[in-house]
Design a protein around this ligand. Structure first.
Ligand SMILES: Nc1ncnc2c1ncn2[C@@H]1O[C@H](COP(=O)(O)OP(=O)(O)O)[C@@H](O)[C@H]1O
Ligand SMILES: Cc1cn([C@H]2C[C@H](O)[C@@H](COP(=O)(O)O)O2)c(=O)[nH]c1=O
Length: 227
């Protein structure tokens, strides 16, 4: 399929039936082949019949205004935007809902990257593929890398609740301090969906406990039913 003939949003056979989203990150220095890798992934998703949209920052129109372009000239049509949270409005809610995959090039230029990606993956079931610099010319580490460390998963296990691939550790207690030594009494590996569900349950539970001072606070998540 020729990328140059494609509109920014590609219609094909419809949405994936799996509601769980994913975030994939491609990072490295300039000229490392990040955009090439992103285009390869996006083309492959298109060829598999997924609805795809590509976004880049409107700050970067070096090679083209409305295409992502690699240093050696490969192209893919895109939305050039000043921020990501405007994307849904620009595209229209109906078209956004049909999307399976969102590619974002030059991701380091978007201040709202974290909110957009988590929302798209956690709440809307999108597969988000990011490409960006992992550091600037001073070798300062990019927050892009830190925010999305969970998208790099050389070691993985299975979700304790549904057996899908697990990338997250869910804390089962209401303790909020960062360091809390424990084993399976306190933690469990979960998939994205069960992480989101589990956090929501914990949030509600904390609110209830906060408003009811006599209630004992040493509960465990198993007691509050996670589905
Ligand atoms: N110094 C350079 N100037 C221009 N093009 C280069 C240079 N070094 C490598 N390239 C080409 O750029 C390609 C990678 O481009 P691209 O995927 O856009 O990289 P990135 O997005 O990581 O900056 C390489 O395969 C190579 O052909
Ligand atoms: C190192 C560095 C880069 N940039 C800019 C320069 C380019 O517009 C992009 C990187 O593009 P590429 O696709 O990864 O080649 O970022 C910058 O603004 N500041 C820097 O320190």
């Amino acid at each position: 399929m020729s990328s140059s003939s494609l509109k920014p949003t590609l219609s094909s056979s419809g949405r994936s039936s799996d509601p769980t989203g994913e975030i994939h990150v491609i990072v490295g220095p300039m000229f490392a082949g990040k955009t090439t890798a992103l285009l390869r992934r996006i083309n492959s998703e298109c060829n598999n019949g997924r609805n795809v949209a590509m976004i880049k920052s409107s700050k970067d129109i070096r090679y083209a205004i409305d295409s992502v372009v690699t240093h050696d000239g490969m192209k893919f049509p895109c939305w050039a935007l000043p921020n990501l949270l405007s994307f849904k409005d620009k595209l229209g809610a109906e078209e956004y809902d049909k999307l399976d995959v969102i590619g974002i090039d030059e991701a380091q230029f978007f201040d709202d990257l974290y909110d957009f990606c988590c929302n798209a993956a956690d709440c809307h079931g999108k597969i988000v593929i990011l490409a960006g610099l992992d550091g600037d010319y001073m070798r300062f580490f990019s927050f892009l890398f830190a925010y999305f460390y969970f998208s790099f998963h050389p070691y993985e296990t299975r979700c304790e609740l549904c057996s899908k691939r697990a990338f997250f550790t869910l804390r089962k207690t209401d303790e909020t301090k960062t360091e809390l030594i424990g084993g399976s009494d306190v933690y469990m590996p979960v998939c994205r969906q069960h992480y989101v569900d589990g956090q929501a349950v914990m949030e509600v539970t904390r609110t209830v406990l906060d408003s009811c001072s006599e209630v004992q606070t040493d509960f465990c998540l198993e007691e509050v039913a996670v589905v």
